[in-house]
Ligand binder design. Sequence first.
Ligand code: ZN
Length: 179
Amino acid sequence: MIDILQLGHPQLRQSAQPITNFADDTLQTTIDQALTQLIQAGGVGIAAPQVGNDWSWCIVASHPTLRYPDAPYMSPLVMLNPLIIDRAETCDRGWEGCLSVPGLRGLVSRSTSVRVTYQNRDGEPRAETFEGFAARIVQHECDHLNGVMFIDRVERTADLMSEVEYRRQILKIPHDLPI
Ligand code: ZN
């Protein structure tokens, strides 16, 4: 099991480095471990700094969960050197959480769609447009690669909420159900 760094760890505030050696064994193994960890944790995204890795990569894996019941299904997508090259001017406020910030949710404004260039695990260039919740995850994960956390993006601290209150007020589900 790979450790997920928690808020306050200095590495979460550092910028990730561009990947040039795509075949690097340590890089590829770390991505595999993060993917396993993400699935086990039921998360919808993870980025390199969260697992103590210096390189610029993230995984976006939107799927419906009790936390995010309306999230669309997508196969986990590993993006290396992701770069948001264009974004919709329209923004949407939505709840976010983070594996590195357990127990806390925040209402964050994000562009409703983003265009991203990245490389796949073989180093092949790709470009893709993400909409809605997937676009939100992409922006959250790309922020991690610049040392930015979702709590930095709330407009006011009153837009932060404990997981317990998020369940009670937003999800309206009993406190003893795992989410
Ligand atoms: Zn996060």
